[in-house]
Design a protein around this ligand. Structure first.
Ligand code: 0L1
Ligand code: MG
Length: 266
């Protein structure tokens, strides 16, 4: 990830990471980094900032639980005006139990995305084909990602959103299935209070969610991260994201794989 922008000193990366971490904990969005004079980061520095925000979570007791791919479908990229897949990091503190609840007030402006999750049985890194990547997979599940930008108005540049851990905020996992399920073109329905808000196919995730899985291994190698056995890989959204509302029951059903969901309290 070469860049012409000067590499920022660690003190500056730490300051930006702390501002994003504070915004997340206080549910109080901040101005986009790129909107400030000299605020724009290189992509390298954005990934360094992301790693630093995760280090702050780990210091508070979270444990790394996996990674996520973002901006993987055309609908999603068009919604945000950012046309490049991105990579973020998950911790166990972000896991919302299947059937559990979150409080709307704990978030800046949360949205949800219908996704597919893979559970790794062995570590992987570097340039792998989707078939090679699948040899590291223990199981596959329907998943909902909760995203929440720490920037005002949910607006950002590519570098802004990478620094903000690609808006990663929460994830919900459905039942695990054997990895030989063909995930290339599964119907996906996201419902709010029993009403369909997004209908799509897993094929919208980079053409095949297994391609996104392989991309995660490449991103890990390029950003100095590690994909370990036991990690979850969220392959990315099959559609645009839908804004959450208080007092909402959210359910995702993925053909063959089954359903998962959670509730939003007011
Ligand atoms: O998971 C995603 O696709 C989100 C990536 C970052 C863009 C956003 O926050 O919408
Ligand atoms: Mg996502």
């Amino acid at each position: 990830m070469a860049s012409k922008t000067k590499r920022r000193p660690a003190t500056e990366i730490n300051r930006i990471a702390k501002a994003l971490d504070d915004a997340q904990r206080k549910a109080a969005p901040i101005a986009q980094l790129s909107s400030k004079k000299d605020g724009a980061l290189s992509l390298d520095d954005a990934y360094r900032t992301q790693a630093t925000t995760i280090a702050l979570r780990l210091k508070r007791g979270d444990v790394r639980s996996g990674v996520k791919m973002g901006l993987t479908s055309r609908a999603k990229a068009a919604q945000m005006g950012v046309f490049e897949p991105v990579y973020g990091r998950l911790t166990d503190g972000m896991l919302v139990q299947d059937g559990g609840s979150i409080a709307f007030a704990d978030y800046c402006h949360p949205r949800v995305e219908p996704e597919i999750a893979y559970l790794l049985k062995s570590s992987m890194s570097g340039r792998l084909s989707p078939t090679e990547a699948m040899t590291h997979v223990e199981a596959v599940a329907p998943a909902i990602e909760i995203i929440d930008s720490r920037y005002r108005n949910f607006k950002f540049s590519l570098e802004d959103v990478v620094a903000d851990n690609t808006s990663a905020s929460g994830y919900v996992l459905g039942p695990w299935a054997a990895p030989d399920v063909d995930t290339s073109n599964l119907g996906m329905v996201l419902e709010f209070n029993g009403r369909a808000v997004e209908v799509g196919s897993s094929a919208a995730i980079l053409g095949h969610p297994e391609r996104s899985l392989a991309e995660a291994a490449r991103f890990a190698a390029e950003t100095g991260d590690e994909l370990q056995a036991g990690f979850i890989v969220l392959a990315g959204a099959a559609s645009a994201a839908t804004a959450l509302t208080p007092d909402t029951s959210v359910k995702l059903t993925v053909e063959v794989l089954g359903s998962t969901g959670f509730n939003v309290t007011g």
